[in-house]
Ligand binder design. Structure first.
Ligand code: SF4
Length: 188
């Protein structure tokens, strides 16, 4: 991993810029391929992620891995996964606007260094944190957006797909669009 990337990781892991640092077990920097063409961004760590210090390792993560696999991707070789906030909000509440704003410079640096061709935003918090605090995931999902001259695809968070399986069809279409931009290997 590039030295500057490791410096940001170290800064995140020792960060105390917001109150989430007081209740976390581990900050979750992110994981994946540092030169990935596709970057996935979620909301923040949950219980399992906080314990392990890795993103998307619970049931949502297992579903995400299945979707990625169906698109011909895996975490190690093709994507980088990060979150809007790097520390777990207590009781898995949604991060506050202040927490999001305090943490977002780390994500901006990650995006700059990874330089992905596509960013996939997983859920409303990711959409609102990166693009527009008032944006609605139900209205914008499946539509290509632009952020700093990068293609951005908002879709549902895997935990929403677990809660409401009827959303899976739409999410799958969104991932097929995203995969198609890279290598077009998603299997229906
Ligand atoms: S959530 Fe972000 S800003 Fe807050 S303590 Fe963790 S790394 Fe720092």
């Amino acid at each position: 991993m590039h030295e500057d990337f490791l410096k940001i990781k170290a800064a995140v892991e020792s960060c105390t810029l917001c109150s989430l640092s007081a209740t976390r077990t581990n900050a979750v920097f992110g994981m994946g391929f540092p030169d990935a063409e596709i970057m996935l961004i979620g909301e923040g760590p949950g219980h399992d992620e906080d314990v392990k210090g890795l993103p998307f390792v619970g049931r949502s993560g297992q579903l995400l891995d299945k979707i990625l696999e169906a698109c011909g991707f895996n975490r190690k070789d093709h994507v980088f996964i990060a979150n809007i906030v790097k520390c777990r909000p207590p009781e898995n509440r949604v991060p506050t606007p202040l927490e999001r704003e305090t943490c977002i410079p780390y994500l901006h640096k990650q995006i700059e260094m990874i330089d992905p061709k596509i960013i996939v935003l997983l859920g409303a918090t990711a959409l609102q944190g990166l693009i527009d605090p008032d944006a609605k995931i139900t209205r914008l999902r499946g539509n290509w957006l632009n952020w700093n001259n990068r293609l951005v695809m908002p879709t549902y968070h895997p935990s929403a797909l677990l809660r409401t399986p009827g959303l899976k069809k739409d999410a799958w279409e969104d991932f097929k669009k995203s995969g198609g931009e890279i290598q077009g290997t998603c299997k229906s």
